[in-house]
Design a protein around this ligand. Structure first.
Ligand SMILES: [Zn+2]
Length: 287
């Protein structure tokens, strides 16, 4: 039996630590974020939170609505990514891959304030011990709109391209880490138990997090907003974060699901030009 924090290799049945990038015995590739979320303790803690949330909903008379929300998450929730139109064009027209800041640094200078960057490394080091440079971020959404402050184009990823390599976190990782810092307890990986999930368990995480905010009159639009609310600044956004191990290209994109028209240029000529660019990109996804 694997010890605490260890998993059994899918390929050779040997045991190794879930955060390894590869099985040390047979070199079979691991998706450490998924392996960590699939460990016994985080899974059991999530199950407890989920069961408690359902019990509370029953007491409050909102169980049917919570079940409706859960079903909708299971069937309709998708991974969305926000990016700027030029990046999206690079992926769709230029056969580029979507990559993260770590990879970008290898090909060009990313000018960012060093304090912000240090913070990113620290937060990533906690959530992704030794594999932060392999992670891409997405958000769980019901309406394909995403987190607009992160970029005016929203793409929805194909489930089959990410389900096996995605894990979920209750909140934005920066916000979650900040909450941990404000607690008296020492920051330790076990504090993630119950707040991370595999793709298969995403509905349990959504119910555990949001069931107590669901009311009997909620519509599907209300559910979408409850799951992901991007009003205000980037740091105000409320959502379930998706951690994808590795990157993606145009073939991984299911749709160009939203464009934020409030970001269109004011000058009529520029506006028309940008609308044309958007139309061209959208055409690529029409069968
Ligand atoms: Zn192995």
């Amino acid at each position: 039996m694997p010890k605490d924090g260890q998993k059994i290799c899918e390929q050779c049945d040997e045991v190794y630590f879930a955060q390894e990038l590869k099985c040390p015995s047979c070199d079979y590739e691991n998706r450490p974020n998924v392996a960590l979320a699939a460990l016994k303790k985080p899974k059991a803690a999530l199950e407890r939170r989920y069961t408690e949330a359902l019990q509370l909903a029953e007491t409050n008379g909102s169980l049917n609505k919570v079940k409706e929300f859960e079903t909708l998450i299971k069937s309709n929730a998708k991974a969305v990514v926000n990016l700027d139109i030029s990046v999206l064009e690079g992926i769709i027209n230029g056969s580029m891959r979507y990559i993260n800041t770590y990879q970008l640094r290898k090909i060009r200078t990313v000018t960012k304030h060093p304090d912000g960057e240090r913070r990113r490394f620290m937060v990533d080091g906690f959530f992704f011990p030794n594999f932060g440079d392999k992670m891409a971020f997405a958000a769980l959404a019901l309406d394909g709109i995403g987190i607009r402050p992160y970029g005016n184009c929203t793409i929805t990823l194909k489930e089959k391209m990410i389900a096996f390599r995605a894990s979920l976190l209750e909140d934005d990782s920066f916000q979650f880490f900040e909450k941990l810092e404000n607690r008296p307890a020492k920051i330790a990986p076990k504090l993630l138990n119950g707040y991370i999930a595999t793709w298969e368990d995403k509905h349990k995480l959504a119910v555990a997090k949001l069931a107590d905010q669901i009311t009997p009159d909620d519509t599907h639009e209300a559910f979408a907003k409850l799951l992901l609310n991007d009003e205000g600044k980037m740091s105000d956004a409320r959502f379930i974060e998706i951690h994808v191990f590795g990157f993606f290209n145009a073939a991984s994109i299911e749709s160009f699901s939203y464009f934020d028209e409030s970001t269109l240029p004011k000058k009529p000529k520029d506006r028309k030009e940008e609308l044309l660019r958007i139309q061209e990109l959208k055409k690529r996804f029409q069968k």
